[in-house]
Design a protein around this ligand. Structure first.
Ligand code: SF4
Ligand code: SF4
Length: 687
């Protein structure tokens, strides 16, 4: 796993009155335990992957309390797990990445929201929107509105986040409705402290059993669904609005500039207050001259709070990123409905329609709203200077890690492409999606996690040449097995599927999968191969990724095979990042004990290198780069391998499979050499 929380989880044991210091995502986990949660689940995905990582490291604490914890196969499974709270007064929480995960979960969520809940349910959603996001740019707000679930967006401040988790359960129970708590990436990693409460063991759990309950009105089937819809509107919605108002979940920060106001999403409060500080309109403690209405609950809105805040003002700015402008449109409609005239609502006229509202964006928007644009001129000037100074630096697109086992498969595809022409490749979510970037530029579409093969089904009949799909083992278990593979076999589709078997859900932090090496013993063989055989895949081959020639040969075989039907190539090679995480401590222990260690490294003979860089175009490994040609008569830079090479062997394999120049050499770096090493290699060994 990318990060272990073994040490931090001790904080989950803090009792009444003790002070918790740390990261927000750990604070959320503590707040769940303080709220008496009975079960937790989820599916890893930034920025909330760590909720599941923390819970997995804290299993002994959860066992003591009787809390059931489960790593779900996907977000739909996690959302469906919340069904336990429909009939039973058990609090439950799940975590996943939004909006992609919420898309996957939305069937279960619609049903859950319609049936309503007895026990409080909380969905902790990583709102992966804006700079650094790895997904399509949409907001969770739409899901809240369409299914009528309540959406919390707490101010990024630990006491507030913890309070909103606890209040979220209360709100859920007071209105029989699931509640979503969205956390942007910056909120997840904000540091701070709060005064802890003791953990609460749930009333019903694996330690204290329930009696089965049946209530037809909680089944999502007509006529119950008609009643549920009415209840949402007539009972649950008003109950939620009353709760939010009575418990003051939203916050009003007064200010002396009473004819102006800012309404902001809770998650954007820090950017707003920082902008006001820079403009000299707020102090370091958050006291602002401009009144602020901070929406820690962005759905549902509380109409009378908005009317009370806006009615005496001349202008109000809504700070809400992305499109549609849900809050701005709702506030405009609401004020009109309540006949509030004379206040001008601003938002998307001074702030951008799309993109993350970073500190600089919010500062620019607020300065426009306050007619103080001149105040940001020095910052712009500074930024311009910085970008001029940095203009000489080369761009650094993302790519596979050094020694990644997925890179050689795309090298093999490049070789095949050169030999027999281009083919369509349906890509999927995972590290392998880096293949769409230079130097490979392979992969024509991506439609969703585990959906690569499904997205290929209308492409392959329209192609003279067999098309290829790439799927990771993470995508395979997420839903690729059913949506893609079963669908393809059932429909007798033709095509090639390459499954990257790197052993983990690597792109989200190397969480374990059913087929991870640690689960593949004889007793518990949840292997992809068995699943594929069971489904009746007619053609299946396994290749070792680093054997580029063999991978290219197998791909060619699949391309030209006479048999129709799905051809699956399992490309095996453990995630190098995870492999190095395991190897490094072992090697450093061996070194400290004075034991002999051997490290393989590749290099380029600069006298033989022609400087055509075809090796780089076939690899893209960050440690295979260029340097000035040492020969004064030659101008082309030569290839070179810098420190960091993990000796994966791809350089040699590519040189061989693509018949490149003979410049590459393989070296062994021996540390703590034996007398035999010294004798054999003379005195040139490193000590
Ligand atoms: S995390 Fe693993 S699979 Fe992903 S790019 Fe790095 S080495 Fe490759
Ligand atoms: S052998 Fe080549 S591809 Fe592998 S890590 Fe070293 S430089 Fe990178």
């Amino acid at each position: 796993m990318e990060r272990s929380f073994k040490e931090e989880v001790a904080k989950l044991r803090l009792g009444e009155g003790e002070t918790f210091h740390g990261e927000a995502i750990l604070a959320v986990t503590k707040a769940l335990l303080q709220s008496g949660v009975a079960y937790v689940g989820g599916y890893q995905g930034a920025p909330v992957s760590h909720v599941m990582d923390v819970l997995n490291d804290a299993r002994d604490i959860l066992d003591e309390l009787g809390v059931h914890v489960e790593t779900n196969a996907n977000e739909a499974g996690a959302a469906a797990m919340l069904g336990a709270s429909i009939n039973y007064p058990m609090r439950g929480a799940v975590a996943f990445k939004s909006t992609v995960g919420t898309n996957v979960a939305s069937d279960a969520l619609s049903n859950l929201a319609s049936a309503g809940v007895k026990g409080g349910t909380l969905l902790v959603l990583g709102e992966d929107y804006g700079e650094g996001a790895s997904i399509i740019q949409e907001r969770t707000h739409a899901f809240a509105m369409k299914s009528q679930m309540w959406l919390l967006d707490p101010r990024p401040n630990l006491p507030k986040i913890v309070d909103m988790v606890e209040q979220g359960f209360e709100l859920s129970e007071a209105s029989s409705t699931p509640v979503m708590l969205e956390l942007r990436i910056r909120a997840c990693h904000v540091q701070g402290s709060f005064v802890a409460k003791s953990n609460r063991a749930p009333a019903f759990s694996k330690k204290n059993f329930l009696e089965p309950d049946f209530d037809y009105n909680r089944i999502c089937l007509p006529p119950a669904t008609y009643l549920q819809e009415k209840q949402k509107v007539d009972v649950r919605w008003p109950a939620a609005v009353s709760f939010i108002r009575e418990k003051r979940l939203n916050e009003v920060f007064p200010g002396e500039m009473a004819d102006l106001g800012i309404v902001c999403l809770g998650g954007l409060y820090n950017a707003v207050i920082r902008a006001l500080q820079i403009l000299g309109l707020a102090d370091a403690f958050g006291n602002s001259k401009v009144p602020i209405y901070c929406l820690n609950v962005t759905y549902p809105l509380v109409p009378d709070e908005i009317v009370a805040f806006a009615k005496s003002k001349k202008r109000v700015l809504i700070v809400e990123e992305g499109q549609p402008a849900y809050i701005e449109d709702a506030v405009l409609a609401l004020l009109r409905r309540h006949s509030v005239d004379g206040v001008k609502i601003q938002g998307k006229d001074v702030l951008p329609l799309a993109g993350e509202y970073t500190g600089e964006v919010v500062l620019t928007g607020i300065s426009r709203f306050l007619d103080r644009e001149g105040a940001v001129a020095p910052i712009r000037e500074l930024k311009k200077k910085a970008s001029e100074l940095l203009s000489g630096l080369p761009q650094r697109p993302p790519g596979f890690c050094v020694g990644c086992p997925e890179r050689p498969v795309f090298s093999a595809m490049k070789i095949l492409e050169k030999e027999s022409g281009k083919f369509h490749l349906s890509a999927d979510i995972g590290c392998h999606l880096f293949s769409t970037l230079p130097p490979f530029n392979i992969g024509n579409t991506v439609l969703g996690y585990g959906l690569g093969l499904a997205s290929n089904s209308a492409v392959h009949p329209a192609m003279a040449r067999r098309s290829v799909t790439v799927m990771g083992d993470g995508g395979f278990w997420h839903n690729g097995l059913t949506s893609g593979i079963a669908n393809s076999v059932f429909n007798k589709n033709d095509g090639i599927l390459v499954i990257m078997k790197n052993g983990y859900s690597s792109a989200t932090g190397t969480q374990e999968l059913p087929s991870s090496p640690q689960h593949s013993d004889a007793k518990e063989d949840i292997s992809m191969e068995r699943a594929l055989e069971g489904i009746g895949v007619p053609w299946m081959k396994t290749v070792h990724n680093y054997d580029v020639g063999e991978v290219a040969k197998t791909l060619k075989e699949a391309m030209t095979a006479k048999e129709k039907g799905l051809k699956v190539i399992i490309a095996e090679g453990e995630c190098q990042l995870e492999r190095q995480r395991k190897l490094r401590p072992l090697v450093s222990k061996q070194l400290s004990e004075g034991k002999r260690t051997v490290r393989v490294k590749y290099g380029v003979d600069e006298d033989t290198c022609t400087g055509d860089h075809s090796c780089i175009r076939l690899s893209g490994c960050p440690t295979l780069t260029v340097k000035d040609n040492p020969d004064p008569l030659r101008r082309d830079p030569v290839a070179t391998v810098i420190d960091g090479c993990v000796g994966c062997g791809l350089c040699g394999e590519n040189a061989h499979a693509a018949v490149l120049c003979p410049s590459f050499y393989r070296a062994e770096v021996i540390q703590n050499p034996t007398w035999w090493d010294k004798l054999w290699n003379g005195n040139s060994l490193r000590r």
